[in-house]
Design a protein around this ligand. Structure first.
Ligand code: ADE
Length: 227
């Protein structure tokens, strides 16, 4: 999978993809993440990519021209399956969207800044608008990092068996059950007996019950399918 990201602050995204699982995914050739500084397509030598909004109002808006030129140039190399705009007024990101996105070949992500991007780019190019939660970040970069991480780890081959995504929270609309590792008794706090007995069927049943209980307590909305 190839993910291209247009941003005015590429530095913000250099860290998240250079470590751990995202780094390994790229080293294995399963994922490429390319950062594109929008200022490369600035309208003048001052690096201008934004301007005041029509109709007055606080905050600058990212202009059509740099975004248009950036998208056009990137489209010469790839046919994007999705052009995603990160925005607090987008569709709320969840595991189901991550699953769908992980099956795409080429994704372009646009990170907004300031007051957002000119609506005409959204109308003409953007195929999906994503929010990572009901709060406003100072830019789309950290949100894009969240989305790329959630998608990237689902690409077949990225996770090994030990970290398999099959048992993650939200797959099956359930939160994950509790997990334990050695020692079996830590300062009198004991690992549930069933996990020590070595009966895989019983363990599976216990995990399912725990997941259900946990979900009922914390996220009953998931069980109603209206997450
Ligand atoms: N940009 C600013 N806030 C955001 C959010 N909550 N989700 C996605 N992009 C954003």
């Amino acid at each position: 999978m190839n993910i291209d990201i247009i941003t005015v602050v590429p530095e913000l995204l250099e860290g998240p993809f250079s470590h751990s699982i995202m780094k390994r995914a790229q080293e294995k050739g399963l994922l490429t993440v390319q950062l594109h500084n929008l200022r490369k397509w600035a309208i003048n030598k001052h690096g201008q990519v934004d301007d005041y909004q029509y109709g007055s109002g606080a905050g600058m808006v990212m202009m059509c021209e740099p975004l248009f030129n950036a998208i056009q140039e990137l489209q010469q190399d790839k046919k994007f399956d999705e052009i995603i705009f990160m925005t607090p007024d987008g569709d709320l990101f969840n595991q189901s969207t991550a699953n769908q996105m992980s099956m795409k070949e080429n994704i372009l992500i646009i990170c907004g800044h300031y007051k957002g991007i000119d609506q005409r780019i959204r109308d003409a190019y953007v195929t999906k608008e994503i929010s990572i939660g009901d709060y406003v970040l100072s830019g789309g970069e950290l949100a894009a990092a969240v989305v790329v991480d959630a998608i990237g780890r689902l690409i077949p081959g990225v996770l090994n068996d030990e970290t398999s995504a099959l048992f993650d929270s939200f797959q099956d609309n359930l939160l994950a059950p509790p997990v334990y590792t050695r020692p079996a008794d830590f300062k009198g706090m004991k690992v549930p007996e069933i996990l020590l007995q070595g009966d895989p069927k019983k363990v599976e049943e216990w995990r399912y019950e725990q997941a259900l209980l946990h979900t009922k307590e914390r996220r009953p909305d998931l069980l109603k399918g209206d997450e």
